[in-house]
Ligand binder design. Sequence first.
Ligand code: NAD
Length: 305
Amino acid sequence: MSEIRFDGRVAIVTGAGAGLGRSHALALARCGAKVVVNDLGGSVSGEGGSISAAEAVVREITGAGGEAMAHGANVTRPGEVQDMVEGALKRWGKVDILVNNAGILRDKSFAKMELEDFRAVVDVHLMGSVNCTKAVWEPMREAGYGRVVMTSSSSGIYGNFGQSNYGAAKMGLVGLMNVLHLEGQKYGIKVNTLSPTALTRMTEGLIPEEAARLMTVEAVTAGLLYLVSEDGPARTILCAGAGGYAATKIYETPGIYLPPEDQTPENVAKNFARIVSAEGQQEFEQGGQQTFKFVEYAARHFGVK
Ligand code: NAD
């Protein structure tokens, strides 16, 4: 297996002033990429801001002989994001890699959550990733090359008490990846999702001390680097933490078919165990496959070829 390198590649990493983003940016630069280190420099809940966090990471990169520039764009503001992408295009002529990593938390049970806190979290994670991806999409399509990663979360994918805003945004990113995969593949753009777990200021105090020592950001970054590499996968949800690497998959059960005369809620209830049975489940690549499956069931019943 040849070494994974990024020489000549240009990468943007959002939220790279701290935590996972910083680790991704440092590793990409160490492997030869020119990196835009983006960070607003705010608190975990998204308040305040300063370019100094991003600048410190740039100093680390350039001090080690790499190339990087800092940008303090707030990913929720399309104009600032556009300015960041234009800055990269002007200096380095292209953007090959986008790592959507910036994030905030505003946890509260749904009953107690203000809509403003719901919106703020969806805005940073989901719309922030939309804004950044939209700004690099055309340059990547024109270049016929692109690697985009969304950062999701197990608490988003499976649910976590007090994180309805975060969960909605993080699962929304999976939907975004699925569609962008279909639209980007003929232009050489591969879109993936990372579901990390690591000790950062975001998870400080939530992870027992012994486990925390194993949960390094570097362990996650190894997975991220593979996702954005030339021969990396597409449409994959890679989960990474404490040296464990796995994939989250979405499957559909074969289900059942009910002819028109039997399409009643009582028959759905009666057959529910078979409807949800995982036996023979399948992975689909687009929504139409489900429609075809159902139409095929019906066609078989009515003897249509
Ligand atoms: P972190 O707080 O250390 O880093 C997030 C960075 O994003 C911060 O430096 C912050 O300033 C920046 N940021 C926030 N809002 C921004 C905005 N609007 N524009 C630009 N930058 C902004 O947290 P982290 O743990 O490194 O998290 C990184 C990503 O990984 C997040 O998307 C997070 O949801 C996700 N994640 C982390 C974990 C974990 O275990 N740490 C688990 C699941 C998912």
